[in-house]
Design a protein around this ligand. Structure first.
Ligand SMILES: Nc1ncnc2c1ncn2[C@@H]1O[C@H](COP(=O)(O)OP(=O)(O)OP(=O)(O)O)[C@@H](O)[C@H]1O
Ligand SMILES: [Mg+2]
Length: 335
């Protein structure tokens, strides 16, 4: 369904993506996982037909994103990083407007249909400016599917949402994903795990790993991390006791009262840890399994690769200018 060969994009002297080759099968949810500046948005904008690559090809349902960009746009729904919503329009009017831009037949009926789909029918008459971020994201998803595209490209669909909204939007993406081929970008492994059939890890414009989320995690996680928050005097004494427990590989202090405990993969040590905390006279305020973050994975991957003797580029400079152009869709209607 999506076929990308040797895709490269430079912005002036800056190499944003470097010779990417990958594909996505029909019905699949493919994740792009990568840190800031990895090239996720750049790749997505090329796939939507809004920006040409410097070299290489990308095809969607057999259509070339440059040569057949109109055919591509008919088949692709895009949720940009910053959805260009109009605060003074009502949700319904906005969807009708977007639907008309994409020549959607029976646009009013279809607008209501997608509103139902994303759970926003009750807010059809609300001004977009009055919606919460999570609701706006739903409207963003609604505009992405209004013209019934086969392919959906979602750029960080849950970024900036509160935890409840994150859960809701993920559910929605999962639902919608049943009917579409989806590429979604994220920097959260847990999100990729929950949503994606397959994940590409991208760094500095290159694919550094490609696998199912399960396989990636198995490959990357030699153990598990448990975070506990305790209250009591002399936490370092507790730290020592915990380090001495069988199955514990190491304990580190994170911040006041919070400890990070690395344990063997296959052992359920939480009951023992809890008992140890309590029996030594500390209060246990919290205990949880830590999510593996992209940074963790990333460090491991980079570590693995340098062990294998491969050259790694320098990481992007701290505080580097952000490249996101919120003008997105309309602004780049050049073709
Ligand atoms: N319009 C632009 N002009 C110049 N450089 C750009 C432009 N857009 C992106 N870049 C550069 O290209 C590289 C890839 O950026 P891109 O936005 O694709 O990354 P990303 O993976 O989406 O990052 P983020 O997680 O921050 O959204 C970065 O080094 C960025 O600075
Ligand atoms: Mg981006």
């Amino acid at each position: 369904m999506i076929d990308v060969q040797n895709l490269t994009k430079t912005y002036g002297p800056r190499l944003a993506i470097d010779n990417l080759t990958f594909h996505a099968n029909k019905g699949e949810i493919l994740g792009f996982l990568g840190p800031n500046g990895a090239g996720k948005t750049t790749t997505m904008r090329i796939l939507t037909g809004y920006m040409p690559p410097t070299s290489g090809t990308a095809r969607i349902a057999g259509y070339d994103v440059v040569d057949d960009s109109l055919e591509v746009r008919k088949r692709v729904g895009y949720l940009p990083e910053t959805v260009p919503l109009y605060p003074d329009m009502t949700v319904l009017d906005y969807l009708i407007f977007m639907g008309k831009l994409r020549r959607t037949p029976n646009v009013v009926d279809r607008a209501w249909e997608v509103l139902e789909r994303v759970g926003m029918a009750e807010r059809a008459g609300s001004f977009i400016g009055s919606l919460s971020k999570g609701m706006r994201q739903r409207v963003g998803l609604a505009q992405a599917i209004i013209h019934k595209p086969e392919v959906l490209i979602l750029d960080e669909p849950t970024i900036g949402l509160d935890p409840t909204q994150v859960v809701e939007v993920r559910e929605l993406v999962k639902e919608i994903g049943k009917e579409h081929t989806v590429i979604l970008s994220t920097h959260i492994l847990a999100e990729a795990q929950q949503l994606c059939d397959r994940v590409l890890i991208i760094n500095q414009g290159k694919i550094v790993a490609e696998d199912t989320p399960q396989a990636l995690q198995l490959r990357l996680q030699g153990g598990r991390r448990i975070i506990v928050e305790v209250r009591g005097d002399k936490i370092d004494a507790l730290e020592k006791r915990l380090s001495g427990l069988p199955g514990v590989r190491g304990v580190g202090a994170l911040s006041q009262g919070r400890l990070e405990i690395l344990v063997e993969e296959n052992e359920e040590l939480r009951p023992l840890i809890a008992r140890t905390v309590l029996e030594n006279g500390y209060d246990l305020l919290e205990m949880r399994l830590a999510e593996m973050s992209l940074e963790d994975i990333f460090l491991q991957l980079v570590g693995e690769e340098s062990e294998a003797g491969q050259e790694q580029g320098k990481p992007p400079a701290e505080g580097e200018a952000q490249s996101n152009t919120p003008a997105d869709e309309e602004a780049s209607e050049e073709g």
